[in-house]
Ligand binder design. Structure first.
Ligand code: UDP
Length: 329
């Protein structure tokens, strides 16, 4: 089996590449390295079954070639991270809308099975707990950049489902909830790598808002397993499926847990949203996935406990710090 991963040098993409290589697939990665990194693949680069193209999905010619060469397509290339989305809204919309359009178009020519990575952001401000896949999408106003991400991803979902309905292109859509683990960068604002680095460096842990907002954190290895199981199930074709762990924690609770696991004496500092992001920033109070559909389709649930995930992230951050630490003489 030949698998194409767009965004394969990213955090989730690199873990997916690893899992596919491990099961014996040949893997082609197409990644423009905008948020991905060659470092994420350094342990895989010597594997003869891996081929990398560091280019954009907007390169139609190359995209057509790599889609032709593949049996299945995992489309993960997207603009990610709330901070980056606020800072680069044009890029977010263009990458997420145009990029997906081109991938679906290329895959449709050869009827290749496509996995589309979507996001729990699509549920927007809906206050229902938990979110089920058929729930309403409640997005904020267009003057607030944050919502451009959810809107662009919702459009991706509409387009993928339209390709399935109208052109019989087999697509599986996964709505990824907060996914965490080694190799996730804190550079784009994600909370767990940020807290772990702060804790290990003895810096204050920066909790935005009251810290009473909550999230559910799923381990990246579990998310990859869920993706592979969904792609192996005919019943998942044409479906939208939540991929997340349903154990909930408040962000101030997360900060306390990170401090405990890393044995850090760092203080916890509360920063108003206006300062952390932009004036008028809207955050989601809670975001909990219903995991029933995933369970029904695959018999699988994401269940790695958060304390174990934090330990893995801390080990990773430590190993990176050792790499950059100057040698003492
Ligand atoms: N957050 C925080 N401190 C940080 C980064 C994020 O308190 O340094 C909060 C953020 O405001 C949100 C939650 O942590 O309420 C999760 O943020 P992240 O960007 O990781 O993911 P999101 O759920 O917003 O997509």
């Amino acid at each position: 089996m030949v698998s194409l991963i767009t965004g394969g040098a990213g955090f989730i993409g690199s873990h997916l590449a690893e899992a596919l290589l491990l099961r014996g697939d040949r893997v082609i990665i197409l990644d423009d390295l905008s948020t991905g990194s060659v470092d994420n693949l350094s342990h895989l680069r010597s594997n003869g079954a891996l081929k990398c193209f560091f280019d954009s999905v907007m390169n139609r010619h190359l995209l057509a070639e790599v889609v032709d060469e593949s049996d299945v397509v995992y489309h993960l290339a997207a603009a990610v991270g709330v901070r980056r989305i606020i800072e680069s809204p044009v890029r977010t919309i263009e990458t997420n809308v145009k990029g997906t359009e081109l991938v679906l178009e290329a895959a449709a020519k050869k009827k290749k099975l496509v996995f589309l990575a979507s996001t729990s952001e699509v549920y927007g401000k809906n206050t229902k707990v938990p979110f089920t896949e058929g729930d309403d999408v409640t997005l904020g106003p267009t003057v607030k950049s944050r919502w451009s991400y959810a809107t662009s991803k919702a459009l991706d979902e509409f387009l993928a489902l339209a390709y399935w309905k109208e052109k019989r292109l087999p697509v599986v859509i996964g709505r990824l909830f907060n996914t965490v683990g080694p190799r996730q960068s804190g550079r784009y604002g994600m909370v767990l790598p940020t807290f772990v680095s702060q804790a290990l460096e003895g810096q204050p842990l920066t909790v935005y808002g009251t810290g009473k907002q909550s999230r559910c954190f799923g381990y990246v290895g579990d998310a990859v397993e869920a993706i592979l199981k969904l792609m192996a199930t005919d019943r998942a074709v044409g479906e939208v499926v939540n991929i997340g762990n349903d154990e909930e924690i408040s962000i101030d609770g997360l900060a306390a847990l990170v401090k405990e696991r890393t044995e850090s004496a760092s203080p916890i500092e509360f920063i108003p949203y206006d300062q952390a992001y932009e004036p008028g920033f809207e955050d989601m109070a809670r975001r909990v996935p219903s995991v029933e559909k995933l369970l029904q389709l695959t018999g699988f649930r994401l269940s790695t406990p958060l304390s174990i995930i934090i330990d893995k992230v801390a080990n990773y951050v430590e190993s990176r710090r050792e790499l950059v630490r100057p040698v003492e003489v």
